[in-house]
Ligand binder design. Sequence first.
Ligand code: G3P
Ligand code: CA
Length: 320
Amino acid sequence: MEKKPIIIAHRGASGYLPEHTIACKAMAYAMGPDFIEQDVVLTRDGRPIVVHDRFLDTVSNVARLFPARKREDGRYYAVDFTLKEIKGLGVHERVDRATGRAVYPDRFPENAATRFEIPTLEEEIELIQGLNKSTGKDIGIYTELKAPAFHAREGKHIEETVLDVLSRYGYSGKDSNCYIQCFEPASIVFMREKLKSGLKMIQLIGDNSWEDTPGVDYNRMLTPEGLDEVARYADGIGPWMNQIAADQKGKEPQMTRLVEWAHERSLCVHPYTFRYDSIPSYGKSFDDLLDIFFEKAGVDGIFTDFPDKAVAFLQKAGYR
Ligand code: G3P
Ligand code: CA
């Protein structure tokens, strides 16, 4: 477990620039987080790229450039496009698919002419390692494998691909400045037991109602018995913040025992996602929200779109 609380730049400094772009990661780096997050999916030619969804349509102009390439469900899947095609896409601030409007309207303009593109995992790691060299700092990477079961159905092996890239860049053991994270427990077990990865691994915990990972029972993971199982293969958990402090709409949050139970099993706890522009109803301010999680709940780190504000909080609170 980390000795001091850590700040993970969620999709980079995504509160300020389009998520997962190199500009967004460079800005995050300059804000001094402990880790920068990558969400990874594979292209048709099997290359790992850094983008949040299996789909390209809510953060890029794929629908305009390739109108005939959508599937029956109307979505444009990264796995249907080569890296060369994906590199030709322009990336913009995330928009809501139904309305076409920005999900976070006060962030970077979604219609700016500024050119952004989707990076490969290698490009992002070389940015971070390059900045580590030029600044003398040592900021880590925090890599999520998106939808491994979906990739397997498409004939792609995301676990082997990602671990191979990480290993080539020196991330392979427990002491590496790197975490692996995934919502699918079978994928973490596979990397740990079959691929013999020694990297620190985080079991992400979603909500059963989200239906992103059929067959996975997150409610069980929130119980002592479920955490016993997680502790057999993972080093920590990444729960949804509401699973630690449940928002009761205007009342005091209902604090759960999840952090205590996880710590009893030597699991670190890194909840997601802390947004300055989307604070739960019980939070009087962003600092108040962070105070509840770091001081009252005792979490070991957080994912945030606003790493500058979280780093400033930890400085003010005397953690660094
Ligand atoms: O990986 C932690 C957090 O990022 C999980 O949520 O959907 O933003 O990947 P998501
Ligand atoms: Ca993620």
